[in-house]
Structures are given as structure tokens and as C-alpha cells.
Design a protein around this ligand. Structure first.
Ligand SMILES: C[S@@+](CC[C@H](N)C(=O)[O-])C[C@H]1O[C@@H](n2cnc3c(N)ncnc32)[C@H](O)[C@@H]1O
Length: 299
């Protein structure tokens, strides 16, 4: 990591720049890019162990859902396109689409994008061993409109469930920009009225609460001493209270007792999701099978 553009200095700068005041004594430090640095990747992989509440409430049902809608999604894609996979992850959820694309004889170039070299390598390996032409890109999603420029073929931009880590309008606008004129964006979301939200909150409280430790260290904060233990709310947002601000964050105006939002994985009702989608596009398709997830293809 030290030799690449994305070295520790870059991450620290991004960390500081990402913080925003929300209300008088609260700060948004939810930037999803910062969650998976170094040991964050390992922690995310640990979450996927099959006995965790996280795996049972989220990953496992999501995989079944994606498999069940893969055909309908692929039906809507053109015969030749660029598959931009944002944050491909270790769970190889792209496989359901790969299988269906092959069945339907649709051609594509696979472009996994991640800030993490490790995730990129895993995604590339999995695709190339199946004979898929792959062009991995190490970048921040926010840099993509510039880094990718205009494509030769239409784009299918898939962020999947990582959609939940962002404020919806901000990420939908970015996805549309990356997709370009004839492209589409694919998002997934879990419905708050179709899942046991208390169990979900516990899944995050039990299994995901140390995910933000390294992210806090980027701000020169000791995750065990300078902030309170992280707490999950039902929306799902993970907060902590600042006990002892570092110089870095003091300069931002953060004080002892202020609340810091370190991570979010937002849930919606179907109506809320629909409303967010309507705000950015009048041409979108949702895939509602009655399961707890609803994905959407936005043009
Ligand atoms: C939750 S993980 C894997 C998600 C995977 N798509 C899944 O559904 O299992 C999210 C991935 O996205 C990457 N990521 C998140 N925000 C990013 C950003 N703004 N720019 C680049 N990579 C980002 C992280 O490095 C991580 O590898």
C-alpha cells in the first residue's frame, strides 16, 4: 500500500476531509471507503463466517435473493456492455449474474473497482479463471466519472448492498454519472418492515462493531480509550461518543462529548426506497419478490 497513490497519507487526508457536521454536537464520519482498510477486510471476511448473526440475517438471504432475480436483471441488459462492479467483495455475488449472462449469450468486459487491492485481486482471479475479460481498477468510486471517462459500450454499474452505506441521493447521483447516457445502475436494499430490525441491530452490534476501529485510528483516535464503545441504533447507524479528541479532529471543531457516526447500513420501507429512486430517475425497475431485499435497476 505504501507505494501506491492510496497510501496512509491519502487515507488520512480522505478521513479528515470526509467528516461533516450534522447538527450541533454530532459528526458524520460514515465514509464507506474507510471501513475496509487493511484489517477491515479481514474483519469483513470474519463477518461472513456461517455462524454469525450477520451472515444469517444479511448475506445468506441476500445471496438467495440475487440468485432468484438474476434472470430478470440480465433480461434487461444489452447484448454488449461494460460490467462495472463497485466493491466486489469476497462473497462473489457477481457469480449469479455471470452464470445468467453466459446462458443468455450476452458479452461484457468485467471491471471490478475497489480501493482495496486485496478485494480487487480476489474479484479478478474469480472472473479470469472463467475466461471473462477483466480490467480491474483501483480507485475511489467518487473518482470514477473522471477515471473511466466515456465508455465505448453501455455500462451496467453494480454497487449491490453497499448502497446502504451511503446517503441515498448522493450515491444514486454518482451511480448515474458513472453509468452515463445509455447505462444503468444496480442497487440492492433490505426492507426495514420485512426483517426483524432488532435482530439486525444485534447482528451489527455483535458482529460488525469493531469494523470501524482502524477507521478511528486514521483520525489518531485510540478506539479503546479515546471514544466510547460503538453502539448500533435501529436505523442501522453505528455511533460513538468522543472522550478525548485528537489534535486532528479538534481542528475540525470536534469536542469531548460530541457524537461520531462511524458507519451506516440504512434500511428502507419499499415506499421510502421508491421515493428515493423517483427523485433521480423516471426510468427504473424494481425487483420485488416479497423477500426482505428489493433491488433496482436505474436508467
Ligand atoms: C461491503 S464490502 C463488499 C460488498 C460486496 N459488494 C458485497 O455485497 O458483499 C464493500 C467494498 O467496497 C469498497 N468500497 C466502499 N466504498 C468505496 C469507495 N467509496 N471507493 C472505493 N471502494 C469502496 C470497500 O473497499 C469494500 O471492498
Amino acid at each position: 500500500m505504501e507505494n501506491s497513490k492510496y497510501n496512509m497519507d491519502w487515507f488520512k487526508e480522505r478521513a479528515l476531509a470526509s467528516i461533516r457536521a450534522i447538527g450541533s454536537n454530532a459528526w458524520d464520519y460514515s465514509d464507506s471507503l474507510l471501513l475496509y482498510i487493511s484489517s477491515g477486510v479481514e474483519k469483513y471476511e470474519n463477518l461472513q463466517q456461517e455462524d454469525t448473526l450477520y451472515f444469517k440475517t444479511i448475506t445468506n438471504p441476500e445471496r438467495a435473493y440475487l440468485q432468484s432475480i438474476a434472470k430478470s436483471v440480465v433480461d434487461s441488459l444489452p447484448f454488449n456492455f461494460e460490467y462495472i462492479d463497485l466493491g466486489p467483495g469476497t462473497e462473489h455475488k457477481e457469480q449469479f449474474f455471470f452464470d445468467e449472462l453466459r446462458k443468455q449469450g450476452k458479452e461484457f468486459i468485467y471491471v471490478p473497482v475497489d480501493i482495496s487491492e486485496e478485494y480487487l485481486r480476489l474479484a479478478e482471479e474469480n472472473a479470469t479463471k472463467q475466461g471473462i475479460v477483466t480490467k480491474p481498477v483501483q480507485a475511489a468510486f467518487e473518482e470514477l466519472p473522471e477515471v473511466l471517462g466515456r465508455g465505448a459500450a453501455p455500462r451496467f454499474v453494480n454497487i449491490g448492498l453497499t448502497f446502504s452505506n451511503y446517503e441515498p441521493q448522493a450515491i444514486l447521483k454518482l451511480l448515474k454519472e458513472i453509468a452515463g447516457e445509455n447505462g444503468s445502475a444496480f442497487i440492492n436494499s433490505q426492507m426495514r418492515d420485512r426483517v426483524d430490525m432488532a435482530a439486525l441491530k444485534n447482528a451489527y452490534a455483535e458482529d460488525a462493531v469493531t469494523l470501524a476501529d482502524d477507521k478511528l485510528k486514521l483520525l489518531d483516535l485510540d478506539p479503546n480509550a479515546d471514544v466510547s464503545p460503538r453502539e448500533a441504533t435501529e436505523d442501522v447507524k453505528i455511533w460513538c461518543t468522543v472522550y478525548k479528541p485528537s489534535h486532528m479532529i479538534e481542528e475540525k471543531g470536534i469536542k469531548t462529548g460530541d457524537a461520531l457516526l462511524v458507519f451506516q447500513s440504512l434500511r428502507y420501507t419499499p415506499q421510502q426506497l421508491e421515493l428515493e429512486l423517483t427523485k433521480v430517475s423516471n426510468d427504473f425497475q424494481t425487483f420485488d419478490t416479497g423477500e426482505s431485499f428489493i433491488a433496482a435497476l436505474v436508467r
